[in-house]
Design a protein around this ligand. Structure first.
Ligand SMILES: Nc1nc2c(ncn2[C@@H]2O[C@H](COP(=O)(O)OP(=O)(O)OP(=O)(O)O)[C@@H](O)[C@H]2O)c(=O)[nH]1
Ligand SMILES: [Mg+2]
Ligand SMILES: [Zn+2]
Length: 223
């Protein structure tokens, strides 16, 4: 059987191209309103909501922070960031989708007053794989790892570590309990990404959080 006349529609490619266009519009919207957009990507439970909440608390007198929360279901994380002092927050329930897409963020932006915000954190669905391929219009792609997941994550999920603008290692208070090999982690990250700053933090003890918060504030000023 010959396949020369078979027409193939590459759905995945066309969906991603469509997403990239929507992401570019979101990004323009963020930039025009002087809002720094941060796409927070990590596996489930690494500490995304904890990092966002702590950052809001530390920057409470320095920056007005909004949050877009992406979850399969529920609004627990939105309640947490509002309790931490977020200026505004919107929950997206993806209904099963394992990543956020630019169109979802566009809908969330219609509910937020960007003129009142300096920084928006978008907490992506817990997943180190496909969120990397779906641009949201962010200025900064943040890869959050935690010591409890093990030091081999950069080796196993190289794409997200390679593509990120900043890497945050959370739960450093647990390093000694979970046999996290810090040197191996750094070597693996640097083999993939030579330029992204790496911050070590603990949302439990507060270690490293002020340095991280200062850096993100500087990124807003540099927009
Ligand atoms: N020991 C320790 N626990 C932490 C730290 N940061 C977060 N946790 C705990 O880790 C658990 C998950 O934290 P979350 O901030 O909810 O993680 P998440 O990435 O938002 O989780 P999902 O939204 O469910 O994917 C919670 O029980 C936190 O209290 C830390 O630095 N050290
Ligand atoms: Mg969360
Ligand atoms: Zn996905």
């Amino acid at each position: 059987m010959t396949t020369s006349n078979v027409q193939i529609i590459n759905v995945a490619k066309s969906l991603l191209e469509h997403n990239d266009l929507a992401a570019a519009l979101n990004r323009e919207h963020f930039t025009q309103t002087n809002v720094l957009a941060v796409n927070v990507i990590a596996s489930p439970g690494a500490g995304k909501t904890s990092l966002i909440s702590k950052t809001i608390e530390i920057l409470q007198n320095k920056a007005s922070i909004g949050v877009i929360e992406g979850d399969i279901a529920g609004s627990i994380d939105t309640e947490k960031v509002l309790a931490a002092g977020a200026q505004d927050a919107v929950q997206i329930n993806t209904g099963g989708n394992c990543h956020l897409e630019a169109g979802m963020v566009k809908q969330a932006l219609e509910r937020l007053n960007l003129d009142q915000l300096d920084i928006i954190f978008v907490e992506n669905v817990g997943n180190l794989i496909c969120p990397n391929h779906w641009a949201l219009g962010e200025h900064i792609k943040l890869c959050l790892a935690s010591s409890a997941e093990g030091s081999d994550k950069p080796i196993k999920y190289p794409d997200i570590f390679a593509a990120s603008d900043v890497i945050v290692l959370n739960k450093i208070d647990l390093i000694e309990f979970v046999d996290f090999d810090r040197d191996f982690f750094y070597e693996s990250v640097r083999a993939l990404n030579t330029s992204a700053p790496i911050f070590e933090i603990s949302c439990r003890t507060g270690e490293g959080l002020v340095e991280w918060a200062d850096w993100i504030l500087e990124q807003h000023k540099g927009l």
